[in-house]
Design a protein. Structure first.
Length: 389
């Protein structure tokens, strides 16, 4: 079944383009267009009073969608911000000792990679990074390091942004979590709505970061943090929205909300939340839960993977496929191919109006609802023409 009609506006604006970077900048469904206008209308309709209905209606709806997606028992544990970097800064500020002792990997996204390196330069953090490779032993090595170390903070991706490999030992890390440290932080940006995720068994012990820019199909500005009760109750870096609602306040001190709202910042553009809610309603109306979307995209990734392996996609056969589609377990919604010519291949495909993206020596092909089997056939043909052996 083709879901292209749900994306008619985006596809119609570039009809000759094959956009296979759904893991990077996902095209927006038509439902988001009206939502963007509704955000404008509501802002002008309510003017100075707009934050009342936003906090009464828009935000709780978005929290509810996320809680259902992740199996969170309490939507109130969720706070929003324009980007996940804001939450990293606030979480870090709540660690009392310096230098903060952090366990991470050498494959985290740039928001953490760059910031953690700067914390190290400033003497504010001591970061232990576990190598992703060899990946078949990574999970065991990371869990062993977490158990053996004395860390304030343990951070790891659910799905690694460059390679698409997955980490499936969140429950083991949750067993180590403690309000006094370590705090376990899962970067779920490439996992949220990319693969079914149930956090119901660990929601009381882990932080989970993600956003709507990718698989939630809502664009920029709609990032969120799930914060377990009792962990980092008073982040030092704090915004004035964190003082709205049910507060816990020491004598003559700064008050904080007692739910996930303790991580709120300050004034931000809420139009992303309007888009997010509209897209979630659209998906629900179509019966497109994450598992169904994964079934659709998996059915497209397998024939492309086969074409790469058999040489039908020409030079791509020379690449190492880092995250092949095997079985039905958790996985990324993109295929990552590693080769020294990855940068040149990405440029050659762009010249053929095929949008992919590249990270160092790894070329990535992302699949979404707006693709169908004919698009995959076209992709294979364009790869063969643009990337001769």
């Amino acid at each position: 079944m083709s879901h292209k009609p749900l994306f008619s506006r985006a596809l119609g604006l570039a009809p000759g383009r094959l956009h296979f970077a759904a893991h990077s900048h996902h095209l927006w469904p038509d439902a988001s267009f009206g939502a963007q206008g509704l955000a404008w209308d509501d802002a002008m309709r309510h003017a100075d009073e707009k934050w009342g209905p936003i906090f009464a209606n828009v935000i709780p709806e978005a929290q509810g969608h996320i809680a259902r997606e992740l199996g969170l028992p309490d939507p109130g544990t969720i706070a929003f911000s324009s980007n996940t970097h804001d939450f990293l800064i606030r979480l870090f500020s709540g660690i009392e000792g310096r230098p903060a002792r952090i366990l991470a990997t050498d494959g985290e996204f740039h928001s953490f990679r760059r910031q953690s390196e700067r914390w190290e330069e400033a003497g504010q953090a001591d970061v232990t990074r576990v190598a992703l490779e060899p990946f078949d032993t990574f999970a065991e090595r990371f869990i062993a390091a977490a158990r053996a170390g004395d860390f304030d903070w343990i951070l790891v991706s659910q799905v690694f942004f460059k390679t698409g490999q997955t980490f499936d030992r969140i429950a083991d890390l949750a067993e180590l979590a403690d309000p006094e440290g370590p705090w376990v932080v899962i970067d779920g940006y490439h996992g949220f709505m990319a693969t079914p995720t149930d956090l119901s068994g660990v929601a009381d012990r882990i932080f989970y970061l993600a956003g709507g820019y990718k698989y939630a199909m809502a664009g920029e500005g709609v990032c969120f943090l799930h914060a377990p009760p009792g962990f980092c109750a008073r982040p030092v870096t704090t915004g004035w929205y964190a003082e709205f609602g049910n507060l816990s306040t020491p004598p003559n001190g700064v008050g904080y909300r007692t739910d996930g709202g303790r991580f709120w910042g300050a004034t931000f553009d809420v139009s992303g939340l309007y888009r997010f809610n509209a897209v979630q309603r659209m998906l629900a109306g179509q019966g497109l839960i994450t598992a169904a979307i994964c079934e659709h995209t998996g059915g497209l990734m397998r024939p492309f993977q086969e074409a790469v392996a058999t040489g039908q996609a020409s030079a791509l056969k020379q690449a190492e496929l880092l995250n092949p589609v095997t079985g039905n377990g958790p996985r990324a919604r993109f295929l990552a191919l590693r080769h020294p010519q990855a940068q040149a291949w990405q440029q050659a495909l762009l010249a053929a109006d095929v949008v992919t993206d590249v990270r160092a020596d790894t070329l990535r092909f992302g699949f979404g609802l707006y693709h169908d089997p004919a698009d995959v056939d076209d992709l294979i043909r364009r790869c063969a023409a643009a990337l001769p052996l």
